[in-house]
Design a protein around this ligand. Sequence first.
Ligand code: C2E
Ligand code: MG
Ligand code: MG
Length: 759
Amino acid sequence: MVPSLRRELEFLHLLEAVAVAAYEAHTVDEALLRALDEVCAYTHWPVGHAYLPGSNGVLAPTGLWHLADPDRYASFRRSTEQTCLEPGVGLLRGVRLSQEPAWTADVSADPNFLRAAAAREVGLRGAFGLPVIVNGEAVAVLEFFSPELLEPDESLLELGRHIGLQLGRVMERQRVEAMLRAGEERIRAVIDTASDAFIGMDEAGMVTEWNRRAEETFGWLRDEVIGGAVTDLVIPEDLRSPHRAGLQRFLDTGQSAILGRTLELRGRARDGREFPVELTAWSTAVGSGVEFSAFIRDISDRKRFEAELSRQALHDSLTGLPNRTLFLDRLAHAVTRSERGLGPVTVLVLDLDNFNRFNDSLGHAAGDRLLASVAERLRDTIRPADTIARLGGDEFAVLLEDTGLADAIRVAQRLVEALDRPFVVGGRDVFARASIGVDCGDPGVQTADDLLTNADLAMYLAKGQGKARYAVFEAAMHEAAIGRLELEADLRRALDLGEFFVLYQPVVRLGDGSVVGMEALIRWKRPGGEVVNPDQFIPAAEETGLIRPIGHWVLQEACRQAAAWQAEHKPTPALRLSVNLSPCQLQDPEIVKAVERVLVTAGLEPGCLVIEITEGLLVSEPDVAVRRLADLKHLGVRLAIDDFGTGYSSLSYLRRFPVDVLKIDRSFVSALGGAPEDAAVAHAIVKLGHTLHLRVVAEGVETAAQLAELRALDCDYGQGYLFARPLTVEAMSAVLAADRAGHRLGKVGEADSKPPAIR
Ligand code: C2E
Ligand code: MG
Ligand code: MG
């Protein structure tokens, strides 16, 4: 073999050896060391060493050596390891700068070679340097020393160039790998400190990643689960086969209902506990296969919080019952189901009777306790499948699905009976009875709104019929309700347009027939000329609150008129004007001031005004009544109880109220003049009144026989068609003038009365 060819072959062997060594090396240091060894083995040079650039850019010695005889070269090694190479001239600095291999024939004689003395000492002369190039930059310089003088050798330079590039590629790879490893560590750190569980899974469904939060969430340690089947570890039993099928479908078709989305699912812990999770999963292509990763969060707390929020939004906090919103929602669904062929839907609306009275007298806290107890009892009375809700205040509603009218009525009856037993609140027995309206809808006809409105109307009817009962909705109620709405509008207009007027019915002293006063009675003249009696509009005015302005107007008008009569006729004693006040007018705390102002404006003595109230108020709200009546009394006005005997007021109340007058209801007066038993009540009232030092007025005296009996009873005053009907101002003026002239109305009794016509 020609020597040059042999050399070429040896070069190739060397290059190959360096490459293999470099690739086999695990670290850059190892790669460099093996390169030093291989080059020295090839060249038979005894010393090889690597310089690496330090952080400050200076080439720094390393511990990477090839030393054929470590002892022999120990001093050179020491010297090298103390020598950093600043950029500039000198063999290695030149190599680094030019990025080309270079040699020096004899470093021991080279003044630019810093370690010349050390080299001399150990007999090193020829030196060869080669740069390791990465990305066009010298990242290391290898130096080799020989005891011989080195002659320039082009092919050696070429070899050095190749070795440098080869090592550069290895260093590059190692660097990238190191960076990747560092990156992976960073990623692992991120994953491990993540607040969500992180699970990696391979195509076979086996766990490849499992972070700390996954350990906490699912109760399995990482080491226990790596390589285990994800399905068996975290997925509830009923979801396992769908999960497997989904994975298979993705592997077959690339389609997935889960990947790339955030979903709420159920997870399963090691102890079998299942809980809601939020899952974000994705897939990553790895080589020809695919890997799956998922972040999983236990959302039990959030779900609990959401459930609590929705419970609060849809339930009444006092009673725990569904609220109006939830009731309407269920009702709407029930109506839809009913339209689809399920039986009829029935709604019951239940309103406690006189609950305000209870609230006012015992306080709101006790009122709340009562409401809660009522709710509980109502709930116990209906079937669990039915819905009972608190619509607000003291109003409840029940929804019965697939229930006909007959069954609904039975439920209503049961509810009425349930509330017939007292409740114990604050140590005392109290009653909370209710009026109930029932509407049973025809499937496909009534909407949810209709059902509720109709049941409401029926409930008002039940109240009107005397409370503590139920009423079933009928179509006529609707018309009545519409009629009431129209009436309300008409009443407002009547007030604005001055369609009201007042009639006055004389009150007569029974003893001598003289007129002692008059009662103001309102009338309404509608645009067509029809005159409407108060019975037909006062209830509506009371319901709508319009009674306040209307009542105020009557009071003003009547007081003004009475003052005028007083001034005109100057009777002694002064005439007394009776004005009716509705319970709701008396509930208004401003009423006392209003009466006072009206009296002052009209110039009427307070003692000339008699305020008539019905027993109803005394019974339903005795505390309010006592307070208000005392204040009115304080003004100097007189107080009368109207329609006495009809309102079931306990007699003991009478002593609490500062009243002056009792008016015997017409029904008892009309019983007079006949059988003695029928007359008993009127007798008793007169006696009672006198015992309490009250004046007694008999209402509705129509016949002479009644008058005679009242006189015999020593009843003080009377009012009735026998004396006069309610009269216009002019007619009343005429009566007053006649009375002054000595024409007593009482005398009319002898012949049957011809009441003056209302004009
Ligand atoms: P009330 O206060 O008991 O008035 C007596 C009612 O009996 C009056 O009916 C009167 O016309 C009627 N009446 C009087 N004598 C006889 C009689 O001999 N036979 C018969 N059958 N009836 C007689 P009216 O005027 O229709 O008033 C009815 C009720 O309307 C009144 O009963 C009173 O409660 C109420 N009312 C009248 N005006 C007002 C008012 O201005 N404000 C308020 N809040 N209520 C009023
Ligand atoms: Mg009256
Ligand atoms: Mg009356």
